[in-house]
Each structure stands twice: as structure tokens, then as C-alpha cells.
Design a protein around this ligand. Structure first.
Ligand code: FAD
Ligand code: AMP
Length: 484
């Protein structure tokens, strides 16, 4: 036994590394084990989010947006550029540099907060009530050591779901990591799944000139979002050149060598009209992610998995096994970085005997496409299905001076409030800068605010936030800058 800790965290993604830092801040002797290996073959902290998720995707989204704006937005401002080019090595290299900066930053934060990092695969060994918990670490080279702690936080995250008939090779059939590292713009890109990842990465390559076709098995576009928002978004994405086929289920994908010795991917998909073929140069499979628990738990830990293979936890992220907690993508709830981080903070505080807090009902969702999509709380359909009486207020960005001045007057804000109490139940947005605007609504909802609360708050003019203000006013049919 080499060392004894108060807390061992397994996994250094946004759930695990945040839990480790908060535990150390609270005076707990903390270790954090992670097995992720970066592009350079070295340990890279930060998990999916920093290495192959949130951060690199936003870097590529931003670069591709600047490039796309040159030809699609700047001419309206009187700015024209001829023969604009995208240097692919710079495009990908900038993203890699940002990733390195942030993953390296976690190491610095661990040092500053006295979190002890371990590199390797952590496995929780069998535990009894009251015992300290043992975790075996297997290094990349295969050597083993065991460390122990009073509390263990499992934060092993998630991995992309692989379709059995479209296995990832990351050359032609790509997962998220592969789609963030394409070195040449594919002429034709197929995307399976019109979820958050498919839409964001599909947008990146569409903006650089790929002909992007998205196949989505469900009949509704963005079924998790409010359908008024989803409708606007779909129309805008199609205007940008994305081909979106709904009720289209991929059934086969085959990498084929062409006559000129390059390769392409032959797809077969089914919709209501029958079976269709589509050929693309690369295929991104983005059909969702699953909790990752391989090799995490010895047989006799007592930790249970739920019907979807996620680590089963109660509302306090406790597994039911004394001293063992689980957070982030590995447990129920939305697979979002900030949700995992807040669970990490809450668990560290519970372990330290403090009042941790996490409210899954107000976790904001953001899709960083153009226009952006953001929401928090219930959709109109969810309220209808649950029989909750509600009022709606909407306001279009077309009537917002700042949005028009930016030449980005697309989309709307939709506020859903309880018909009797006026309490905010959901806010749904599609339009410019809504990834930032949603924060105000989350604060209001967390404080159990009403539409009237939002309506009575002074919003700066001219700003995009006036759309939130006016939509809240519109709940009671008193928006100023539109007919009610
Ligand atoms: P992870 O980030 O998956 O980290 C888990 C870590 O644990 C990994 O490093 C893994 O190697 C390690 N690990 C697993 N098992 C073991 C073990 N036994 N021993 C040691 N180490 C282990 N979310 C957002 O909120 N906003 C976004 O904009 C966003 N964009 C995304 C874009 C893409 C392309 C993808 C793929 C995801 C995106 N997400 C986004 C989702 C986000 O990345 C995840 O919700 C988040 O990373 C989950 O955090 P986590 O700490 O639970 O798990
Ligand atoms: P998300 O879970 O948000 O990442 O979205 C993944 C999407 O992929 C969901 O909307 C699924 O309906 C979709 N999907 C899953 N399997 C297939 C398939 N074989 N063909 C097309 N779409 C699929």
C-alpha cells in the first residue's frame, strides 16, 4: 500500500478534476487517477471535454465560423475578400494548441491545490462498510499499485456509441475524436445522428466546403429541444447547405476502394420510401454516448449499474456503498460537462460535511451552431404531456436593434411560465449569442423566479438580452416592440 488519502477520484474529466480540486480546497487529502492518453502519447488530463469534446469542437467551430463569415456575412457589411483560403495545418494546429493549454492547465491546478495525480487505469476493489476503500492502479506499462481512501468518487465518463455495422476506424468512419482531426476537407461528409455532436461537427465541415448529409433515425428534428426552436434551427441549417434527412436510419456502412485507389464509404439507409444508397468520403457516426465503466469495478464492490449501464446513484450521487460516489457522464442526467462539474463540487462538499447542491432541473443546454441554440427547464411538449398549465411569451431577434446591427437577426426567445403562478418553467432560444443569454434565465429559474421578475429587470439597450426581456413581457401580452 503506497499511500492513504481522504478522497480518491477515478477520472480527470470535468466531473472528476473539479471534484478533486474542490475536495482538496476543503482540506481533504486527494488523489486523482486518469488513463487518458493525448495525441502525443502522453497523459492528458481533462477527459473527453478538454481533449476531444467541448474545447476542441468550439475551437474548430470558431475558426470555421470566421472563414464562413468571409463569404456569407461580411459582404453585407461592405467587406469583401477574394480567394480566401483555409490553411488546414493552422486550423487543426490552433485547436491542438488550445487543447494542450487547457489540459496542461489542469496539471497546474492540481499542483496549486495539492491534488496528487496518478496516471493509469483505476479499479475500485471490493469494499466493506467502514473499511477504507482500495483502488488498484494499472499503469500503461502494466505495473500495478494500490492506494486507499475513506471516499472514492467514480468519474469515468462516457465513450461514443459504436454501430455494429459501422465500426470506427477513424480514417473513414469517424467518432468525435476522428472528426476533430480531419486533415483535408472531405468533399462529401455523412453524419449519422442529428444530435448536438452531429450538428456541431457537421456545421464545422459544411462551413469549410464539405457537402454534408445528416441522417437522423427519429422523425422529429432535435427531439430533445422545444420544437419551435428546432424548426427555426433546421430551416437555418438547411439554408447553410446542410442536407438533413429525418426518419432515415443507417443500416450499413462499407469502406470501399475506388478505381483511383482512394476510398469512400458506401451507406445504406432506410426511410418510409424504402432503402437508399449514399456514398460519402468520410462518415461521422454521432449516435450518442454511453457511460464508460470497463475495468472500473471489481466483482465484489457492491456498486450497481442501471438498465443503461450507468453507475446507479441516488439524488446525492451516492452509490449506496458506504464511501463510494459517482458523478458526470457515468451516471444519470444530461451528458454535459457543467452538470458533471457541479456534481463534483456537490459530492466533495457532502464528503466534507457541508451542504452540497445540484439541481438537474435547471442545467442549461447549449448547441454551438449558427444560430446557437440554448435552453433550460421544460419544453412546451413536456409541459403539455405533464398537464401543467402554462403561458407562452416569444420575441424575435428580427426586432432587436443589436441583432440587426450585427446582421444576425435570426431566431427567437420563448419563455414558458406557469399559467397561474407565473413561475418560470422553461426558456428556449435560437439566435445570436444565446449560449450566453441562457445564464440569466438559469439564475432566475434557480431563484424560483417568475416571468414578471425577468420582465421587471432593466436590460441594457441595445443588447441581445432585450430579447429575453421582451419575451418575458410577452408572457403577459405586454411586449413593447411587437404586436401581442
Ligand atoms: P469524461 O470527460 O469522459 O472524462 C472521464 C475521464 O476518465 C477520461 O479521461 C477517461 O480516460 C478517464 N477514465 C475512465 N475510466 C477510467 C479508469 N478506470 N481509470 C482511470 N481513468 C479513467 N458538453 C458540454 O457541456 N458542452 C459542450 O460544448 C460539449 N461539447 C462536446 C463536444 C463533443 C465532440 C463531445 C464528444 C462531447 C461534448 N460535450 C460537451 C460533453 C462533455 O464532453 C461530457 O459531458 C464531459 O466530458 C463529461 O465529463 P466526465 O468528467 O463525466 O467524463
Ligand atoms: P445525441 O444522443 O444527442 O448525440 O443524438 C444521437 C442521435 O442519433 C439521436 O437523435 C438518434 O436518434 C440518432 N441515431 C441513432 N442511431 C441511428 C441510426 N442508425 N441512423 C440514424 N440516426 C441514428
Amino acid at each position: 500500500m503506497s499511500d492513504k488519502f481522504d478522497v480518491i477520484v477515478i477520472g480527470a474529466g470535468p466531473a472528476g478534476y473539479v471534484a478533486a480540486i474542490r475536495a482538496a480546497q476543503l482540506g481533504l487529502k486527494t488523489a486523482c487517477i486518469d488513463a487518458f492518453v493525448g495525441k502525443d502519447g502522453k497523459q492528458a488530463l481533462g477527459g473527453t471535454c478538454l481533449n476531444v469534446g467541448c474545447i476542441p469542437s468550439k475551437a474548430l467551430l470558431d475558426s470555421s465560423k470566421q472563414y464562413y463569415n468571409l463569404s456569407h456575412n461580411l459582404p453585407a457589411h461592405g467587406i469583401s475578400v477574394e480567394n480566401a483560403k483555409m490553411d488546414m495545418a493552422t486550423f487543426i494546429g490552433r485547436k491542438d494548441k488550445i487543447v494542450k493549454q487547457f489540459t496542461g492547465g489542469i496539471g497546474q491546478l492540481f499542483k496549486a491545490n495539492k491534488v496528487t495525480p496518478f496516471f493509469g487505469k483505476g479499479k475500485l476493489l471490493g469494499c466493506k462498510t467502514g473499511d477504507s476503500k482500495n483502488v488498484e492502479i494499472t499503469s500503461n506499462g502494466g505495473s500495478k499499485q494500490t492506494i486507499s481512501a475513506t471516499n472514492v468518487i467514480l468519474a469515468s465518463g462516457s465513450v461514443p456509441i459504436e454501430l455494429p455495422f459501422a465500426k470506427f476506424d477513424n480514417k473513414f468512419i469517424l467518432d468525435n475524436a476522428g472528426a476533430l482531426d480531419i486533415s483535408e476537407v472531405p468533399q462529401r461528409l455523412g453524419v449519422i445522428g442529428a444530435g448536438v455532436i452531429g450538428l456541431e461537427l457537421g456545421s464545422v465541415w459544411n462551413r469549410l466546403g464539405s457537402q454534408v448529409t445528416i441522417l437522423e433515425a427519429l422523425p422529429d428534428f432535435l427531439a430533445v429541444a422545444d420544437q419551435d426552436v428546432a424548426k427555426v434551427a433546421k430551416k437555418e441549417f438547411e439554408k447553410q447547405g446542410l442536407t438533413i434527412k429525418l426518419s432515415a436510419k443507417l443500416t450499413k456502412a462499407e469502406v470501399k476502394t475506388t478505381s483511383n485507389k482512394s476510398s469512400e464509404v458506401a451507406l445504406t439507409y432506410e426511410d418510409k420510401d424504402g432503402t437508399h444508397e449514399l456514398t460519402v468520403d468520410k462518415l461521422l457516426v454521432a449516435v450518442g454516448r454511453r457511460a464508460y465503466t470497463e475495468g472500473l469495478l471489481a466483482d465484489d464492490t457492491g456498486v450497481k449499474l442501471d438498465e443503461r449501464g450507468r453507475i446507479a446513484v441516488d439524488e446525492h450521487n451516492h452509490t449506496g456503498v458506504d464511501g463510494v460516489w459517482a458523478i458526470g457522464d457515468a451516471v444519470r442526467g444530461p451528458m454535459l460537462a457543467h452538470k458533471g462539474s457541479e456534481e463534483g463540487v456537490a459530492v466533495a462538499e457532502w464528503i466534507a460535511g457541508k451542504a452540497g447542491h445540484i439541481n438537474l432541473d435547471t442545467v442549461p443546454w447549449v448547441i454551438y451552431t449558427e444560430p446557437e441554440i440554448a435552453w433550460a427547464g421544460k419544453t412546451e411538449k413536456e409541459l403539455k404531456d405533464a398537464g401543467v398549465p402554462y403561458k407562452i411569451g416569444t420575441f424575435p431577434f428580427a426586432a432587436i436593434g443589436r441583432a440587426v446591427a450585427m446582421n444576425e437577426a435570426i431566431g427567437q426567445v420563448k419563455v414558458l411560465a406557469h399559467a397561474e403562478t407565473d413561475r418560470l418553467l422553461g426558456v428556449h432560444m435560437v439566435g445570436p449569442g444565446v449560449s450566453e443569454l441562457i445564464a440569466e434565465c438559469v439564475v432566475a429559474m434557480e431563484f424560483k423566479g417568475s416571468a414578471e421578475d425577468l420582465a421587471r429587470i432593466v436590460h441594457a439597450h441595445p443588447t441581445l438580452s432585450e430579447a429575453v426581456h421582451e419575451a418575458a413581457l410577452s408572457v403577459d401580452k405586454r411586449a413593447i416592440h411587437k404586436g401581442n
